[in-house]
Design a protein around this ligand. Structure first.
Ligand code: SF4
Length: 684
């Protein structure tokens, strides 16, 4: 749509894509979003990536769901809101009567606002009576939440995005930052220009590796060994921060004992790198005054994900890098509001603010406020819901803005589970692969059509503002959930999401000081416990949130699945710059979709030669769980025995191949390591 600058309205809001939470103006002509411009303020300071700047075409896309749909004899028919909600209410009542509350499960959404996530978990707990509520953080940073809460007392990014610019050393591991968090990636490059050193430990030679002073091309799943090896060198060479260790930490002896055997030569063998590079990385990190660790799913999505996270924290504590500016342990959260969805209790064991469902004083507080008896045992995680669904014990599944048919491991089993569950409600903005399997679809409004807040990866709670009216008969997710609760005899209603935030603040200590008024100009970073508190730029300043920082060492363990003669290559999966998550939004942005319409697999040239593959050939990828056909992309950024697929695509979906083996602590699946074989095939 062409427009003139004086012809458009501007509405300030937060980017709906990644966890950086860039501030932007939507440019509106009539009821159409026609452009986006960056705001020159925190956290992005005038920067936007391609998704934020050009990825708005999905908002007014003709594919948007505009009316409730009810499946009758296998096909969807349009229905009124009254009809659709009445059917859901009837099914809730009959399911509860026949099977009890534990037959319900709900997936909340990292795409939705804080207020919507809060309301969704309240609906599941106070109205349906179950803690079976989770969301896709289970698939990305569940191990971060579990690991850092144990070692430091809070499972969030310790420092702030802008602090990247002040770091002396930036250690990036398990994160392709320039593609997945592009604005943070740009700040890392700016820091490098100002003299910062960069260490990268990744299975692929990613863009940041070209900027790195030390690049360790590690085998997927070997990070625990690498971190232990670096700590071995640091302790042996006396490079640790002795005073910090003595005054701010505990359990050092256990760490010292564990890492004693991880000499660089031994670790180099496990990781597939040079011992000298491990030593150099260790020295660079330990000698820096301010060194920040930045990681993402390359660390978390393993059966040892929690150990990997705790190892990053061990390393930071060893060198006194927790509780100071431009340092810390910084898990980069993937989706726009995955931090907020966790904060607001879309987790089976946590009420808002990580208050445990099994603590009496917590349950008492919520029961008093919500006026309902609440379940006090942790519920099912995403992966457990799928398993129980397949076994037939989950009868009713409510999915708000998630797409497990693309995002979850071992899609064949996800499909079977969804086919087995009696009744499924999907609330979304598009007819996703998961929505197609629903009994009722409820059309939701996009971020541009509603008020609310998102919390970005640096814990900053920022406003989302309504720029246009909801498309067709769609409604904001909070309105849909509130209406449904009301019809299920829960009387409390809200006139505006700010009223939901008032309730959140009253019940959630880390959000205690948040009001819409206070975040009108600029967001606030939690913990923000009171109305006078200015928010927290970096955590653990004088003392860790748990008191002393806890060293929690662990030995390296192999991934659940290893290669053999039948499945000789390691498949690792991930994200790319242009697409976002299951592509429901970016797949409807014309220019982006035209550039990257199909899935692909990156294969090393030597491997490709051996298999007779050239760039663009069709290749069949087979794991112990499934098979897909995709396109070969021949590149030496992967090593001979490793290949890489982005998981965004429905055609040749990588998650048909991935493993459901989970980390025993965080229950996160090992999406980063599967064993596969590759065969050249003719185009289908
Ligand atoms: Fe949006 Fe993330 Fe890009 Fe910023 S970096 S514009 S938040 S996708």
């Amino acid at each position: 749509v062409k427009y003139r600058t004086w012809d458009v309205r501007r509405v300030k809001t937060t980017c709906p894509y990644c966890g950086v939470g860039c501030q932007m103006d939507l440019l509106i002509k009539g009821q159409q979003v026609v452009g986006v411009e960056p705001r020159h303020e925190v956290p992005n300071q005038g920067l936007l990536c391609v998704k934020g700047k050009f990825g708005y075409g999905f908002i007014n896309h003709p594919d948007r769901l505009t009316s409730p749909l009810i499946k009758k004899n296998g096909t969807f028919e349009e229905a009124s809101w009254e009809e659709a909600l009445a059917l859901i209410v009837k099914k809730v009542k009959t399911t509860k009567e026949a099977y009890g509350s534990e037959a319900f499960a709900g997936l909340s959404s990292a795409r939705c606002t804080n207020e919507e996530n809060y309301l969704f978990q309240k609906f599941m707990r106070a109205v349906l009576g179950t803690n079976n509520v989770d969301h896709c953080a289970r698939l990305c940073h569940a191990s971060t939440v579990a690991g850092l809460a144990t070692t430091l007392g809070s499972g969030a990014m310790t420092n702030s995005i802008q602090e990247v610019l002040g770091a002396d050393v930036i250690f990036v591991t398990g994160s392709n930052t320039t593609e997945t968090h592009p604005v943070i990636g740009a700040f890392m490059k700016q820091a490098k220009d100002k003299g910062a050193k960069i260490i990268v430990a990744e299975p692929r030679r990613i863009e940041l590796a070209e900027e790195a002073d030390v690049f360790l091309q590690i085998k997927p799943g070997t990070n625990v060994a690498l971190f232990n090896g670096m700590m071995h060198v640091i302790i042996k060479e006396g490079l640790m921060d002795q005073q910090y260790k003595d005054t701010r930490t505990e359990n050092f002896e256990a760490l010292e004992k564990t890492v004693a055997s991880y000499n660089p030569r031994y670790v180099a063998d496990i990781c597939g790198v040079c011992p000298e590079d491990i030593e150099e990385a260790a020295r660079l990190y330990a000698r820096a005054d301010k060194a920040g660790i930045f990681y993402s799913m390359g660390v978390t999505q393993h059966t040892t994900g929690t150990h990997g996270v705790m190892a990053t924290s061990n390393l930071a504590l060893l060198c006194g890098n927790i509780g100071k500016a431009s340092a810390g342990v910084n898990p980069l959260r993937g989706q726009n509001n995955v931090q907020g969805a966790c904060d607001l209790g879309a987790l089976p064991g946590d009420l808002p603010g990580y208050q445990k469902v099994y603590h009496d004083h917590v349950i008492d507080k919520y029961e008093k406020h919500w006026g309902k008896k609440l379940p006090d045992q942790a519920g099912l995680t995403v992966t457990e819901m799928i398993k129980k669904g397949e076994e037939g014990t989950i009868k009713f599944l409510y999915v708000m803005g998630e797409n497990p048919m693309i995002s979850d491991p071992d899609i064949n089993h996800v499909k079977k589970a969804l086919e087995t569950i009696d009744f499924i409600v999907v609330q979304d903005i598009f007819l996703t692969e998961t929505a197609r399997m629903a009994d009722v679809i409820l059309p939701a409004a996009s971020f541009a059509e509603k008020e609310g807040t998102f919390t970005n990866t640096e814990r900053r709670i920022q406003r989302v503002r309504k720029a246009i009216n909801p498309i067709g008969n769609s409604k904001p997710d909070w309105v849909i959930i509130m209406d449904l609760m009301y019809k299920l005899d829960y009387p409390k209603t809200y006139n505006h999401p700010s009223e939901i935030m008032e309730e959140i603040a009253a019940l959630t200590p880390i959000y205690g000081g948040i009001t819409y008024e206070r975040i009108e100009q600029e967001g606030l970073q939690w913990p923000c416990p009171t109305k006078e508190h200015l928010g927290t730029v970096y955590l653990h300043k004088d003392t860790c949130m748990r008191g002393l920082g806890l060293f929690k060492p662990a030995d390296y363990m192999e991934s659940a699945e290893v290669t053999d003669a039948d499945y000789p290559y390691i498949l690792t999966t991930g994200r790319m710059l242009y697409h976002f998550h299951t592509k429901t939004m970016t797949g409807r942005v014309e220019a982006i979709q035209a550039m990257y319409p199909h899935s692909f697999i990156q294969i090393n040239p030597t491997t490709a030669n051996r298999l007779g593959l050239v760039d663009g050939d069709c290749v069949q990828v087979t794991s112990r769980r499934g098979q897909v056909i995709t396109t070969a992309s021949i590149t030496d950024i992967v090593e001979e025995d490793v290949c890489f697929m982005p998981f965004h695509f429905a055609d040749g979906a990588a998650n048909y191949l991935t493993n459901t083996a989970v980390d025993p602590i965080a229950k996160i699946p090992e999406l980063k390591v599967s064993a596969v074989r590759l065969e050249k095939v003719l185009p289908p």
